[in-house]
Structure formats: C-alpha cells, structure tokens
Design a binder for this molecule. Structure first.
Ligand code: E4P
Length: 229
C-alpha cells in the first residue's frame, strides 16, 4: 500500500523521506504555486530529494485533450525519473488519458468524486485513480464510501489500476480508506506525522528509559562499561 507525500515543500519532503517509508510525491497547481518557485526547477529539486525511483506525480493545467497531451509530453521530457501525469477526470481528461496510454505515458485520474468517474478513468487506461475524500465529505457526501465502492469495481473486474486516495483532513479518514481497500494514500506532511503520534506511545518510551536509568544509571544500551552493576 503506497504512502505518498502531498506537498511540494522541499524541507518537508526531505524530512519525511528521511524518516518515513515514502513511495512518492504528489503535486497539483495549487500545491506548486504555494512554493513561489519556478515550476521545473521545483520539480527537479523534488526529484533530487526523492531520487529517480520514487514516483513524482505532476498535474496538467489545460482543459482540451490535445493540450493536456502536449503538457504531459513536455513534463515527461523535462522531468527526470519516474513521472506520473495527473489529469482531472473531465471528458477531455479521459480522452487525454486514452491517448497517453497508447504513448506509454502513465497517468493518474484526479479530482474523482464518484465511483463511476473512477471506473471510466480506469477503463481509459489510468494507472491510478484519486478520490478526494475530504472534499467529498465537505459536499455532504461520503468519501470513504466512494473509496469502498470504487475498490469493489476495480477489484471485481480486475482493472490494472490503483486507488491512491487524496484530500484528507484527519487520521481517522486515512484509517477508514485503508481498511476499505485503497491501494495507497497521499497525505499532507502534518497528517503523515500524525499517523505515528500517540501520547501513550511517548509515555511508554519515557517510562522504559526512566526504569533503565534508575537501575543502571545510563540512558543507552551502549557503553556497558559505565553501568553501576
Ligand atoms: C492530491 O492529489 C490532491 O491534489 C490533493 O490531495 C487535494 O487535497 P486537498 O483537498 O487537501 O486540497
């Protein structure tokens, strides 16, 4: 199951790649503009941090299929390493996904709000489909249910397409898509860190360390020659 960073912030990506088992980085135009850097330079910076083997997901900007395809080719030409082209699941986007499939360019259908949008994108040849869990919830829909039903469709009919769920505002939503069949999640840096955060875990670690110190007078398993007994 994929764990992907949903950010273009270099410091955050560096830190997360160092500590967590990260599979890639997703971006979208809104995420890119926040960094106030040249688009291609920023993507190359991200590539330098994550290496060539992790996937970098880059979203197109235009509306017409022909233009989307040209943007996709441009990104593939300019950005080294494994790149997946993110394309909104509009009718023009689906046409572009079909064309890019014939060119061997991998795509992710993004801005998915219904299981049937995901089905059409998978059938068009997208390698990934990306339901927007929190944005669906904000429309009084049920993002988790969309992921669950899309999983049923893709798995039952053996589509070669993975659900990389996106748009999360809390860890509970992440938990729910994980147990309902998502093949991966892309998460903002603070949510990735929150996956491990639990006050009882911190308290237990301190207690173990204190117990050891009280008995042996050291706070590490190393330097056993310094211990009192
Ligand atoms: C990722 O692929 C999406 O672009 C992103 O997760 C959307 O998330 P948001 O709803 O938090 O903006």
């Amino acid at each position: 199951m994929l764990l992907v960073i949903d950010s273009a912030n270099i410091e955050d990506i560096k830190e997360l790649v160092d500590y967590f088992p990260i599979d890639g980085v997703t971006t979208n135009p809104s995420i890119i503009v926040k960094e106030k850097k040249n688009f291609l330079h920023l993507l190359k910076e991200i590539r330098d941090v994550i290496g060539n083997d992790r996937e970098l997901y880059v979203q197109t900007l235009t509306f017409k299929a022909t233009e989307i395809v040209e943007e996709a080719k441009y990104i593939i030409e300019k950005v080294p390493g494994k790149v997946v082209i993110k394309i909104p699941a509009t009718i023009e986007g689906i046409k572009a996904i079909k064309i890019l499939k014939t060119l061997g360019i991998r795509t992710m259908a993004t801005t998915i709000y219904t299981p049937l949008q995901g089905y059409v994108a998978a059938k068009a040849g997208a390698s990934y489909v990306t339901p927007y869990v929190n944005r669906i919830d904000n429309l009084a829909g049920d993002g988790i249910q969309v992921v669950k039903e899309l999983t049923q469709i893709l798995d039952k009919h053996k589509f070669n397409c993975q659900i990389l769920a996106a748009s999360f505002k809390n860890v509970q939503q992440v938990h729910n898509v994980c147990v309902n069949g998502a093949h991966g999640v892309t998460l903002a840096p603070d949510i990735i860190k929150n996956l491990l955060s639990h006050p009882s875990t911190e308290a237990n670690v301190s207690m173990f360390n204190d117990d050891w110190y009280k008995e042996y007078g050291v706070k590490s398993l190393l330097n056993q020659n310094d211990v009192k007994i």
